[in-house]
Design a protein around this ligand. Structure first.
Ligand SMILES: *Cc1c(COP(=O)(O)O)cnc(C)c1O
Length: 217
């Protein structure tokens, strides 16, 4: 089973035109597929599981890949990805951010992070509410977390067919993004909803299955 090259090229054209960055979500996909996409020029790859990410990173360490972490991250696993991670998109607590800061310091790095905001009305999703977000930004403004750079926001919309619901969730995240002019990255949109996300101001999309094919669990 090969990657969907035609779709990738069309997608890449569309994103470039709109100045949107692609993160190719390679969770549960093979090393061969990652290499195939890398050979087409892709450099940003996203993973959800620490162990899987670390073994892929090790195997592909001669390649110039920017690894993005996009899954739920437990504090006790930060140490494994801190030496190499390019962007942690799924920061959902101050406790986690403090741990990332500590491990960044140990590795003499600044680690780029996005704050994941809870925008879907689904219990299974993670993310900060507006109060928690304000608390974190406030804490950072006071001069803490010096080894962290907060680059922006990430959000996942509800998995529903009703475009109006998804759109209102994206609009909500965009409004928070616009209230914080220091932010650069607004990461929203996946295979099923990236066009809508871009129309709502997204400048980074995380796309897996439409490039790599369905994930076999
Ligand atoms: C799996 C995943 C994606 C990609 O989903 P697709 O529907 O395969 O494009 C994007 N973002 C997050 C946070 C994910 O877990």
């Amino acid at each position: 089973m090969l990657i969907n090259i035609d779709h990738y090229k069309l997608l890449k054209d569309l994103l470039t035109k709109n100045q949107v960055t692609l993160v190719a979500v390679s969770k549960i996909q093979s090393i061969e597929k990652i290499k195939a996409l890398y050979d087409l020029g892709e450099r940003n790859f996203g993973e959800n599981y620490v162990q899987e990410l670390c073994s892929k990173q090790q195997e592909l360490q001669d390649l110039e890949i920017n690894w993005h972490f996009i899954g739920h991250l437990q504090s006790n696993k930060v140490k494994y990805i801190a030496p190499f991670i390019h962007l942690i998109q799924s920061v959902d607590s101050l406790k986690l951010l403090k741990e990332i800061n500590k491990e960044a310091k140990k590795n003499s790095r600044i680690i780029n992070c996005l704050l994941q905001v809870y925008i879907a009305k689904e219990e299974t999703k993670f993310g900060l509410d507006e109060n928690e977000l304000a608390e974190i930004l406030n804490f950072k403004e006071q001069g803490n977390l010096e080894n962290i750079e907060i680059k922006g926001l990430m959000g996942m919309a509800s998995f529903v067919d009703d475009e109006n619901i998804v759109k209102s969730e994206f609009n909500y995240l965009q409004s928070i993004f616009n209230q914080n002019p220091q932010f650069e990255i607004l990461s929203m949109g996946m295979s099923g909803d990236y066009e809508l996300a871009i129309s709502c101001g997204s400048n980074m999309v995380r796309i897996g299955s439409s490039i790599f094919g369905a994930r076999k669990l």
